[in-house]
Design a protein around this ligand. Structure first.
Ligand code: SF4
Length: 297
């Protein structure tokens, strides 16, 4: 059992009940009829990206590539182009590679075990656990940023978890899972949703929270965070921003683009070239010569 005095059964019960009433069950990948491929896509797309931005892109992808085989048959550059501005665009390439592996190894289906999922290109522990649970009803321990924050507050009485997931925290998440399979599967999505809608990073809505009187952090008077420094979410002027701008120009061109059109992506010419080089190394951009570039075909 976790080293917490917070009673787990009421916590599970209330969070699951709250989800039944307030969770975004209308999201297409949460509908019972959604395919495992649809769930897989949604999990990759929603990492570090708000669901509101994911939904239109997810719908477009599902219409265009409704199965792993359909995506595998497309050019990798089409996947990068269709990724739009979801961010972290290497995920588009990894999805294409995963779809290809599903065709080659699993008859064009999303594999149904955590181990097989984990063996796919670009699939980490979180995605394997989430797809196992949400597509196949296997109650793996699903731990994303939102879940980590809710557990840190409710069970540990801390404003935020440590910057990176450590073994103690992973054990706490595992130990805090409901033992009943159905309750555990609902808990996984419900606690994640509570972190996304109520127990948000800044300005948690404790007055509207179903577990306010159980939450160790709230009950302790919401003490300030005093752990290791947390990573900032800086964006403007970063290499991530410049990489995004380069990809935007390449996406919109629908053809090879001269270097002269890419050089103005940022004020710092050295930064532009560094970012362009990194996109080439990542396989997201294909150099046709030293002066012409395009998305991969
Ligand atoms: S009471 Fe506040 S801090 Fe605790 S889980 Fe609810 S929203 Fe989060």
């Amino acid at each position: 059992m976790p080293s917490t005095r917070v009673p787990l059964s009421p916590l599970h019960e209330r969070v699951n009940q709250w989800y039944a009433e307030a969770g975004r069950k209308h999201l297409p990948w949460r509908r019972p009829e959604c395919s495992a491929w649809g769930v897989f896509l949604s999990e990759v797309m929603s990492q570090q990206t708000p669901l509101g931005r994911v939904e239109p892109v997810w719908r477009e992808w599902m219409q265009r590539w409704p199965t792993p085989a359909a995506l595998a048959a497309a050019a990798p550059g089409d996947a990068v182009r269709a990724w739009g501005r979801l961010g972290y665009p290497r995920r588009a390439l990894r999805l294409h590679e995963a779809a290809t592996a599903m065709v080659e190894r699993h008859g064009g289906e999303v594999p149904g075990s955590p181990e097989e999922l984990l063996a796919l290109p670009g699939v980490g522990a979180y995605t394997a656990a989430a797809v196992s649970c949400f597509a196949f009803g296997i109650p793996e321990v699903v731990v994303d940023t939102n879940v980590r924050r809710v557990l840190a507050r409710t069970l540990e009485g801390k404003a935020f978890p440590n910057p990176t997931l450590n073994r103690t925290e992973a054990k706490l998440a595992a130990d805090s899972m409901p033992t009943d399979r159905d309750t555990a599967n609902t808990w996984n999505v419900a606690v994640m949703e509570l972190g996304a809608l109520v127990c948000v990073a800044r300005g948690p809505r404790c007055d509207a929270c179903p577990v306010a009187d159980l939450c160790a952090w709230n009950v302790a008077g919401r003490p300030a965070y005093d752990g290791p420094p947390r990573r900032g979410q800086s964006w403007h002027g970063t290499d991530r921003q410049v990489r995004g701008e380069l990809l935007r120009r390449l996406r919109e061109a629908h053809a090879a683009v001269p270097l002269s059109h890419l050089e103005s992506s940022a004020d710092d010419a050295a930064q532009v070239m560094r970012c362009l080089d990194s996109l080439v190394v990542d396989g997201l951009v294909e150099p046709l010569s030293r002066k012409r570039f395009r998305l991969p075909t």
